[in-house]
Ligand binder design. Structure first.
Ligand code: IPM
Ligand code: MN
Length: 351
């Protein structure tokens, strides 16, 4: 029995999660697996009403689950940063979800803003370190508010943290078994402490994986290659902030936030799956947001729970709906409502 904690969250989160759960139900019937869900209200609204976010007791409770399914966090009525740190980052850190796995896969040339790029050209995965780096929140102000003010923000990289991420990326590249190429994306030429460590560990671990081709690209060049030659990439491993930045660009070249999903993975613990776009406040409650990213996140979750066949069926259905039914992947322009898109995905799975 898979126990799934559901966090609909803010904005359009609840709308897209609803569709993901519809698809989950259809998949469980078709592929005969049992699951139960429990909803957790960690949202901007609850914060405004009660001042509460995710506390240590919540974390202990969530540890009892097989996986977490998250909609979105971010409420325009709450100062930016509060919910993000108090809910999303809190969960990632407290549950030690040290990998953020973000596939970038183009399903149809129609979805790609780049000229002459086809699905075979854009099919890679970013392995983003998810527990350290600049996200550690380390730093300080000196002489705050004065003309002499200094703000220091530290990128914190431990040997253990870097190594476990890099090892995961090598294992993942091997298991993915596509081009068997792993690219380290960094900034060794300027950030000479952090990226020196990353580079050393990367090439050291690489020796254990002679079947994997290794490569290195500076982060700025990586963004250039995403646009110019995305076909060069198979798996990319990078730190927290670079991974954050390049995966938004990755999402755009695969067709936008409507389709991009990711997993916050703790290979030894509880992982959390989410569409990577935000809470899209301007579309909230209109039934026009694209739920495919959330549905893909549900598929990734099932894969992580060992339901590979169901996960594949969900992806196949998403591809069919995206390429054969929707006019575009953009909210409000799909030609179908949020709920209808969910129903279309369900129909294919039931067939
Ligand atoms: C993401 C988001 C988060 C991040 C924010 C909401 C804290 O942008 O998941 O990529 O920066 O990691
Ligand atoms: Mn981001």
């Amino acid at each position: 029995m898979h126990k799934i904690a559901v966090i609909p969250g803010d904005g359009t989160g609840p709308e897209v999660v609803r569709e993901g759960l519809k698809v989950l139900e259809a998949a469980s019937k078709k592929f005969k697996f049992q699951y139960e869900t429990k909803e957790f209200d960690f949202s901007g609204k609850r914060y405004l009403e009660t001042g509460k976010m995710v506390d240590d007791k919540d974390v202990e409770e969530l540890k009892k689950y097989s996986a977490i399914y998250l909609g979105a966090v971010g409420d325009p009525d709450v100062k930016p940063g509060i919910i993000e740190t108090g809910v999303l980052l809190k969960l990632r850190f407290a549950l030690d979800q040290y990998i953020n796995l973000r596939p970038v896969k183009l399903y149809s040339p129609d979805f790609c803003p780049l000229k002459d790029k086809n699905p075979e050209d854009i099919d890679f995965v970013v392995v983003r370190e998810n527990s350290e780096g600049l996200y550690k929140g380390m730093g300080e102000f000196k002489d705050k508010g004065t003309k002499e003010e200094v703000a220091i923000q530290i990128s914190y990289n431990t040997r253990k943290g870097v190594e476990r991420c890099i090892r995961y990326a090598f294992e993942y590249t091997r298991k993915r078994n596509k081009r068997k190429k792993l690219t380290l994306c960094g900034k060794t030429n300027v950030l000479t402490y952090a990226w020196n460590l990353w580079e050393r560990v990367f090439y050291e671990v690489a020796k254990e994986y002679p079947d994997i081709t290794v490569d290195y690209a500076h982060v700025d060049a990586t963004t250039m290659w995403f646009v110019k030659n995305p076909e060069w990439f198979d798996v990319i491993v990078t730190d927290n902030i670079f991974g954050d930045i390049i995966t938004d660009l990755g999402a755009m070249i695969q067709g936008g936030m409507g389709i991009a999903a990711g997993g916050n993975i703790n290979p030894e613990g509880v992982s959390m799956f989410e569409p990577i776009g935000g809470s899209a406040p301007k579309y909230t409650g209109k039934n026009i947001i694209n739920p495919l990213a959330a549905i893909c996140a549900a598929g990734m979750m099932l894969d992580n729970l060992g339901q590979a066949e169901a996960a594949q069926a969900i992806e196949n259905s998403v591809i069919k709906v995206a390429t054969q039914k929707l006019k575009t992947l953009a909210a409000g322009k799909m030609g179908y409502s949020t709920g209808e898109v969910g129903d279309l995905v369900v129909e294919n799975i039931q067939k």
